[in-house]
Design a protein. Structure first.
Lengths: 624, 386
């Protein structure tokens, strides 16, 4: 019944306007491209397109006449209006003019010293100011009598100086505007992803620029963090405890991180960033290939990457825009991808095609560089390629299957890559182009939900806070059932419980089935600490009979064969329990291990029976 | 772990290795990436010094709390507490042609709200039902031709309930409420329970709450509590004796036979309907009046107020100088006499006034007649003096 009974015929209580989905936005702010993601009604993060239908929004702003172009439209201005087009501004944020390398050849507006602010990088662009308003009008709306000449009614040419921060403000503002147009609501807050090498001054500058654009920054998240959020959930094939390699092949740089992901908790084991390898190199290789083709076809000389002649420069800019499409086609299908440019040089059109095989050959050197870097990274973390369980790709160039094929050679056969899992295309979970933005959106959702939490909890998400440092295990702990006839170094069947590099405190529960063949009614395990390694053996390459003729004169090559090894390190404890139903057959046993933050291990086993869990047998291994 | 590992049992001659290690290998220091739900859980555990079991318990409590909230429909998210009502098999067999007989609220799955359902809730409920029962959804599932029968019922129910006038007509004769009305208590139910105040309030409060919806005037005073003030109680009965109801009974009209061209036939049905409506309305007013009468008769507050008034009167008398009964009687007699005298005097005065008026009238008449006589000299007729 209604509280006061005054509802005669269904009075409309005002509908409660609480949406379950907070209006937040995740921004992946790269140096060359950005992307934005929002939460859908279903609560899933989804990368959205801007007004131009682009999910990969170029970080570029161009001024032409009275117009200002942002995003991919601005990139097209690089052909004819490169002096008024600003690109690559993110990496300059928070830097002094004296820190900016001047040597770099720029295809866009040059970075200059700000005329009034000391040691500040800025851009100078030519714009048209709108025409000054006509003569003052009186109340009757007729121009007042004036002695001066009628002012010009055309826009006036002017120069505009923009600091890097202002450029960023304009750009981020346009991103959030796109998100707001999509959501139809004001955006409450944003999480912006940045590379891990950004220092405090740069982070400060990003926040400042965002606040100027009216964006409430909830957190600046490292790229690796965004990936961890996105992939933390795991799935059927991927165990929630794994070592994850993140390969971020962006347009301007390569960044690699090795993460230890343990039930969603992630920390970085090693990172490497290298600005000498990037998607632009792939572009350069590709346009060189097409320029050569063009010269072959039309007998018109064309030298690109680097180009010296102004005509060549323009042709290069045109080609760079065109190969974007070619690259996307190549990532999508192994067939021939075309590249067409109208009036490439001297009024001659060009249409050429390249298939994936040829393309992979052309950019092999880039792939190899990436592979070399990956090896370097893994070595610096003190592990082996075989210890990596999952590879995650970020960036448009990482969509190329050739890269995955090159990298996969070095890893175990069951390493999970987004290509293997089939989650690359169509905005799937592993889509390299959107993964960062989606991770940011999910993190923003989490942070918005913190409103009811204590100040301490909220502080924990701010970078550099002490709460993020933890102790972690250095060796894997597991259970062993000794077998007399077992092969391998352990002498039994081994089930890992807590992997090494697991942050503490931690708890792992494993349910195993025990095949009780004997007549005894006791079920027991030994708990061991083990060290893992990789054994490398050089074996002779196996040759097939029919190949023998061709390879006869070749030297016999040794092939590296790797194998994961486990060796016993220390015996921790043993536990056993008697079965409730002493009959032959199988029984289920739940094994639980809890390691507290000081290193004390609580082990317990209990039988899983039809009516719940049996009595637990527990044991504690002392603290260190 | 998703897959269950099958392990062999221990060898019979197994004995645990001796000398277990005192602790695990030394720990290493790492810095977590502050991101993700797992990190939040980790932080909460660390800051509150919770063990895993404590944290699990807390999560479970939180989950239960949220569940409760959702069960209340207080989350208000999208369905405003409409919920999902399962249709009974009989309901699904309804015929849309007989729509007047169907319970529209039940068809839309709103039987827990009935007349309290807001237009928003009706809209939501309708959408839910349409999603479930749209013929397009059922295409291919079964090949019976009668597939959209219930969908038509839903549409009809929505048609009735979204039109405020038609909804009122339906609400007036809502089958469930009608059956409730039949169960209303009568005087016999209270035989021997006159002193049971709690029973009185428990019985009548919901009845008045139910009846209140028909009021044109808002707010409607409710039965209230046992210790309500005299004013409130009087206001309550005042309101309910002058209850202005919008209840009407068009919904029960007999269909005019549209097919027949017979105007008389039509008019006859209309007339009959009209009188039937009036009769029902009258019955309803009588019913309500009887109900209020019954309430008034049984109301412990009225008895209390009367008692109080009586006591107050007596107290007043006592305080008024303690007049004896004889004096009071004498005074009353005197009053009476005075009143009588007054009345007599008034009567006499009136008599005099009447006589005078008569006299004046007669004089006027005589004068007129005299004038006429003079005019007509030959007049021999003798006029009566009255």
């Amino acid at each position: 019944m209604a509280p006061n009974g005054l509802i005669p015929n269904g009075t409309a209580e005002a509908p409660i306007e609480i949406s379950a989905v907070p209006s937040i936005v995740g921004i992946n702010f790269g140096n060359s491209y950005a992307s934005i993601a929002v939460l859908t009604k279903e609560g899933i993060a989804e990368c959205i397109a801007n007004e131009d239908g682009e999910r990969q929004i170029a970080c570029a702003i161009a001024f032409q006449g009275e117009e200002m172009y942002i995003g991919n439209q601005a990139r097209h201005q690089l052909v004819k209006n490169s002096q008024n087009t600003i690109t690559g501004f993110r990496n300059l944020l928070g830097k002094k003019f004296s820190e900016v390398p001047q040597a770099a050849l720029s295809v866009s507006a040059p970075v200059i010293q700000h005329p009034s602010l000391p040691d500040t990088p800025a851009y100078k662009v030519k714009v048209l100011q709108p025409a000054p308003s006509p003569l003052k009008t009186t109340a009757a709306n007729t121009p007042a009598a004036s002695q001066v000449a009628t002012p010009r009614s055309e826009p006036i040419e002017a120069e505009r100086v923009l600091t890097v921060s202002e450029v960023t403000t304009i750009f981020l503002g346009s991103l959030v505007q796109s998100a707001e147009d999509f959501l139809g609501r004001k955006v409450l807050g944003a999480v912006i992803s940045l590379p891990s090498w950004f220092d405090d001054a740069q982070r400060e500058a990003v926040i400042e620029a965002a606040e100027d654009a009216g964006i409430h920054v909830l957190q600046l998240l490292d790229d690796a963090g965004a990936v961890a959020v996105c992939t933390a959930a795991g799935s059927e094939e991927i165990s929630s405890d794994r070592t994850q390699l993140i390969v971020d092949l962006g347009a301007s740089s390569l960044e690699l991180s090795l993460l230890s992901v343990r039930e969603g908790l992630a920390y970085s084991l090693a990172t490497i960033s290298d600005s000498s390898v990037g998607g632009d190199d792939i572009d350069s290789k590709l346009i060189k290939f097409f320029a050569k083709e063009f010269t072959k076809k039309t007998k018109t000389p064309l030298t690109v990457a680097p180009a010296s002649d102004p005509l060549d420069k323009r042709a290069e800019a045109k080609l760079r825009l065109a190969v974007e499409h070619t690259k996307r086609t190549l990532s999508a299908s192994p067939g021939a991808a075309t590249c067409s440019v109208e009036s490439l040089k001297d009024g001659l059109d060009y249409t050429g095609s390249i298939n994936r095989l040829r393309f992979d050959m052309e950019v092999r050197s880039v792939y190899d560089k990436v592979y070399a870097k990956v090896k370097e990274l893994v070595a610096s973390a003190g592990v082996d390629l075989y210890d990596v369980d999952e590879i995650v790709y970020i960036g448009g160039c990482a969509c190329l299957p050739g890269l995955d094929e090159t990298l996969a050679e070095g890893f175990t056969e069951n390493v999970i890559t987004p290509f293997k899992a089939g989650t690359v295309a169509g905005g799937g979970i592993g889509d390299p182009t959107t993964i960062l933005a989606r991770g940011c959106a999910l993190q923003a959702q989490l942070l918005v939900g913190l409103a009811g939490e204590t100040e301490e909890v909220r502080q924990a998400f701010i970078k550099g806070n002490g709460t993020s440092s933890v102790s972690a295990t250095s060796r894997t702990i597991g259970l062993l059932v000794p077998q007399v006839s077992a092969e391998g170094g352990l002498g039994g069947v081994w089930v890992p419980l807590i992997l090494k590099e697991t942050p503490l405190p931690c708890r792992r529960t494993v349910t195993v089935e025990v095949d009780v063949s004997g007549s005894e009614d006791r079920v027991g395990f030994e708990f061991w600490e083990v060290s893992e390694g990789v054994r490398i053996e050089h074996v002779k390459q196996q040759k097939f009979e029919d190949e023998e003729d061709e390879s006869q004169d070749e030297e016999e090559e040794l092939e590296e064969v790797k194998e994961k090894t486990i060796s016993k390190e220390a015996f921790l404890a043993s536990l056993s329990l008697s079965r409730s139903n002493p009959s032959k057959g199988k029984t289920k046993v739940q094994v639980q291990a809890i390691i507290s933050s000081n290193g004390a291990v609580d082990l317990s086993i209990r039988e899983v029976t039809k009516n719940g869990l049996g009595e637990a047998v527990t044991l504690t291994v002392g603290s260190s | 772990m998703a897959t269950l590992v099958t392990l062999p049992s221990l060898p019979p001659a197994w004995s645990p290795p001796s000398e277990p290690a005192s602790s695990i290998s030394p720990l290493v220091q790492r810095r977590l990436i502050p991101a993700g739900a797992a990190y939040l859980a980790h932080i909460k555990r660390t800051l509150n010094n919770h063990t895993f079991d404590e944290y699990d318990k807390q999560l479970e409590e939180e989950r239960k709390r949220l569940e409760l909230l959702n069960a209340d429909g207080l989350n208000g998210e999208d369905d405003l507490g409409v919920g999902d009502e399962e249709e009974s098999p009989e309901l699904l067999l309804l015929d849309a042609k007989e729509w007047k007989k169907q319970d529209h609220y039940q068809v839309l799955g709103l039987s827990h709200l009935r007349y309290k359902a807001t237009p928003e809730q009706i809209k939501i409920a309708h959408r839910k039902k349409v999603l479930k029962h749209h013929p397009d959804k059922k295409a291919g599932a079964s090949h019976t031709t009668n597939d959209d029968a219930f969908f038509k019922c839903i549409q009809k129910a929505n048609e009735v309930l979204t039109n405020s006038e038609r909804r009122r007509q339906f609400d007036s004769v809502d089958p469930i409420c009608l059956s409730l009305e039949e169960d209303d208590p009568s005087a016999s139910d209270f035989k021997g329970r006159e002193k049971d105040t709690a029973f009185f309030f428990k019985t009548f409060a919901p009845i008045f709450e139910r009846e209140a919806r028909f009021s044109k005037k808002i707010p409607v005073p409710m039965l209230g509590e046992n210790d309500d003030s005299k004013e409130n109680v009087h206001a309550f009965y005042d309101f309910w004796y002058n209850f202005d109801s919008w209840r009407s009974f068009e919904y029960l009209d007999k269909e005019v036979n549209e097919g027949s061209d017979n105007r008389d036939d039509k008019r006859y049905t209309e007339k009959k309907n009209k009188s039937e409506r009036a009769r029902r309305k009258k019955d309803d007013i009588t019913r309500l009046r009887n109900l209020v009468d019954l309430t008034l008769g049984l109301d412990p507050r009225i008895k209390r107020i009367k008692q109080e008034e009586k006591e107050a009167r007596e107290a007043k008398k006592k305080t008024k100088g303690g007049m004896s009964a004889a004096e009071q009687k004498a005074k009353a007699e005197e009053d009476k006499r005075k009143a009588e005298e007054e009345a007599q005097r008034k009567e006499e005065e009136e008599k005099v006034a009447r006589a005078e008026a008569k006299k004046a009238k007669t004089a006027a008449a005589n004068a007129a007649k005299k004038a006429r006589r003079q005019q007509r000299a030959a007049d021999t007729d003798e006029a009566a003096p009255s």
